[in-house]
Design a protein around this ligand. Structure first.
Ligand SMILES: [Zn+2]
Length: 320
């Protein structure tokens, strides 16, 4: 089985001094935890805070990227960069955990398709269009008043991402932005770390209609482990593995088994579900799915096969 986590904020922790090679690190993700969690590929997100100015944002993203490159080099016996599903599969054969690169918040590209292409050339394979504020590309779920969806520039960004073979990530965007992207993207789209709004009302979660439309387009929803997205009552009753499985169940019911996966959000969340303190605990989710009657083949799809399929489809669309 190939296990892929489509979203963690480990580069932000690296900026704060985290060494992912150190044993007993304070992070929720490091090399030993990735191995203990049987993770084969992890998307490290270059996260830029929404309140950071665009000029500063570009340098900020580059600084995190350089730390990821250095760290992978330093620990090349255990981990390796992968820029495609094919490379990730080769790394697995060599016994290496793949580090893949995403960008959370498109603000570092400012108003420049040239910078978007540069980040692609440097290895960024998905871009979450916004974080928690409207930017030059699109409106965010947390605001949503600037463009009422994608901006004119945002439409150009989506088509350029399609052309490059970069995955469009709609986690964090407003509902209006989501529907604009569904209409304007030629390739399947994903949410790398979102939950189901039918189970937890956070505006950042996806409605059943959004999950269905994303699946119809061939995409995938990657379930987030952040307690506030998993449960409305997380402050009085911390959700555990079973609530994570509830979101997976619900998304599977709505979208089908081919359109659900996992994007933990580890290292970007200050509280974690019961029994799911870090990425080493990931197999507990698959154990829970087994108890619920999922077959090995179905669990394999959720664990990584679905996201890999979408990634390959996005690349094929770019080549077509
Ligand atoms: Zn996020």
């Amino acid at each position: 089985m190939f296990v892929l986590d489509s979203h963690c904020d480990t580069p932000t922790q690296m900026l704060r001094g985290l060494d992912i090679g150190a044993s007993n690190s304070s992070g929720q993700v490091d090399i030993s935890k990735l191995k203990a969690g049987c993770v084969d590929a992890s998307f490290f997100a270059l996260y830029t805070p929404a309140d950071m100015g665009e000029k500063e944002a570009t340098g900020h993203a580059l600084e995190m990227l350089s730390l990821v490159y250095d760290s992978v080099k330093e620990h090349e016996k255990d981990i390796a960069l992968a820029f495609s599903p094919e490379e990730a599969l080769i790394n697995k054969e060599k016994g290496l955990v793949s580090i893949m690169i995403g960008m959370e918040n498109g603000s570092p590209i400012r108003n420049s398709l040239s910078l978007l292409r540069m980040f692609y050339r440097l290895g960024v394979r998905y871009m979450t269009l916004t974080h928690n504020a409207d930017n030059l590309i699109a409106d965010a779920a947390a605001e949503g008043n600037r463009w009422h969806g994608l901006s004119p520039f945002g439409r150009e960004v989506v088509s350029e991402m399609n052309r490059l073979g970069m995955i469009v990530d709609v986690a964090h965007v407003s509902d209006e932005t989501f529907y604009d992207v569904i209409e304007c993207s030629k390739a399947p789209i994903v949410s790398t770390h979102s939950c189901c709004r039918a189970l937890a009302s956070h505006r950042r979660n996806m409605t059943d209609d959004m999950i269905r439309k994303m699946a119809d387009k061939g995409g995938v929803i990657q379930i987030n482990f952040y307690p506030a997205f998993l449960s409305d009552s997380y402050e009085t009753s911390m959700p555990g593995v079973s609530v994570i499985a509830d979101h997976i169940d619900h998304a599977v019911k709505i979208a089908g088994i081919e359109h659900v996966g996992i994007g933990t959000d580890f290292d970007g969340i200050e509280i974690t579900p019961d029994g799911m303190e870090d990425v080493s605990k990931l197999p507990r989710v698959f154990d829970e799915l087994t108890i619920r009657g999922y077959s090995e083949d179905q669990i394999e799809k959720i664990a990584g096969k679905n996201f890999i399929r979408v990634f390959n489809d996005v690349i094929s669309c770019a080549l077509a």
